[in-house]
Design a protein around this ligand. Structure first.
Ligand code: ADP
Ligand code: MG
Length: 371
């Protein structure tokens, strides 16, 4: 059992500023739950509150249905993995992995069995006699994970465990952690500032900014229906293109500069009002066919050739928009192109509050693809 509930949880360190404000959260048993947000938004604080390392200022924390605001950390049956691994440098890999089990009075035979299993699972068997300094970053992080596995705590809290690793290793470890979590049936609360980790690992995600929840949902809910412009800009790579938009007789005008023709049908599907902020994903911007009456001329500022795809940047007023096309487009900076934008693929946000008023009606690849 390892269900976590927060009700209106508020945390202040100094009694004046709230670092976390009225956080509501339910993490189900066996779920991989990701807390994501920019640096300083309160992610680590939230994790430490759940671990019992920080006092709760207001609100309730429940573990398995029981109020746990004052429960001691050691009674919460959880393990923690940190960014800096938190290994003991003078102890061997084996002793690091088994650390804490003596205190918990786990019999030696049982410790041996757990060690063998965890080391095998994480590919650490050849390194058990080494010291942490004789390991690579990835191996050290696996030792920290092995300790967490050996503790057999049903709840594992991870605070940016991969941010010290290089990109390739990060990719491998993402898969490894997810596999391990499923195999052991762990409940995991995973903190990261990296939206790619959040999208690829989370069953569900909470986006935090300034100590407040911006949105919670599955990765695709966040991608397809971002609750506000913050989530829209934070989730997804390249970043969603955002602009001011107003409706005129000739069409939509973006950032007071780019005129975008809108067909009669699309016009009928626009949300209420005449001014919005709009967001459009890079993959929704298309290259116009010759003679297309809805084509929009733009001048290319820069291109990024990825090999499998090409990202093309152009100006919309003072902002840069990115389009993303599968394949290798040889386009020079300064070249003129015509593109096509569809208002049906726009997310519309309230001009003042930035809250979503109409999600995109058309999302590429959204036709429920199944393998
Ligand atoms: P994140 O993990 O998202 O980067 P943190 O939870 O570490 O954010 O920090 C959130 C805010 O709380 C920051 O403004 C930070 O300066 C402040 N903070 C963190 N720990 C403490 C502390 N022990 N005392 C006072 N302020 C703190
Ligand atoms: Mg942190």
């Amino acid at each position: 059992m390892s269900k976590i509930e927060l009700r209106d949880l508020t945390k202040s360190y100094d009694g004046k500023v709230n670092i976390l404000e009225k956080i509501n959260l339910e993490v189900e048993e066996g779920e991989f739950y990701v807390l994501v947000g920019p640096s300083g938004c309160g992610k680590s604080t939230l994790l430490r509150v759940i671990a019992g390392l920080e006092k709760i200022t207001d609100g309730t924390l429940k573990i398995d249905g029981k109020t746990a605001n004052h429960m001691l950390p050691k009674d919460r049956s959880l393990s923690m993995v940190f960014q800096n691994y938190a290994l003991y440098p003078h102890m061997t890999v084996k002793d690091n992995i088994l650390f804490g089990l003596d205190v918990k009075k786990v019999p030696k035979e049982e410790q041996k069995r757990r060690l063998a299993e965890a080391a095998e699972m994480l590919g650490l068997t050849p390194y058990l006699k080494r010291k942490p300094r004789e390991l690579s970053g990835g191996q050290r992080q696996r030792v920290a994970l092995a300790r967490s596995v050996c503790s057999q705590a049903p709840l594992c809290l991870m605070d940016e465990p991969l941010s010290n690793l290089d990109a390739k290793l990060r990719g491998q470890m993402r898969t490894e952690i997810r596999r391990l979590q499923k195999k052991l049936g762990l409940t995991v609360i995973y903190v990261t500032h990296d939206q790619v980790e959040a999208m690829t690992m989370g069953d569900r995600i909470m986006v935090l900014q300034g100590g407040k929840i911006q949105q919670t949902g599955t990765p695709l809910e966040l991608y397809n229906e971002p609750a506000n412009t913050f989530v829209a800009g934070f989730i997804g790579s390249p970043q969603m293109n955002l602009a001011r938009a107003r409706m005129t007789d000739m069409g939509l005008i973006l950032n007071d500069s780019l005129l975008m023709p809108v067909s009669e049908e699309e016009r009928g599907r626009l949300p209420q009002g005449g001014r919005w902020q709009i967001g459009v994903r890079a993959e929704q911007i298309e290259l116009a066919a010759a003679g297309d009456p809805l084509a929009i001329p733009v001048r290319v500022v820069n291109t990024e050739m990825m090999g499998n795809e090409t990202q093309v940047l152009f100006e919309v007023g003072k902002e840069l928009f990115t389009a993303r096309w599968t394949g290798q487009y040889l386009i020079e900076a300064g070249q003129d192109l015509t593109i096509r934008l569809s208002a049906d693929s726009f997310h519309f946000f309230d001009e003042a509050s930035g809250m979503l008023t109409r999600a995109a009606l058309q999302i590429k690849g959204h036709a429920a693809l199944t393998a």
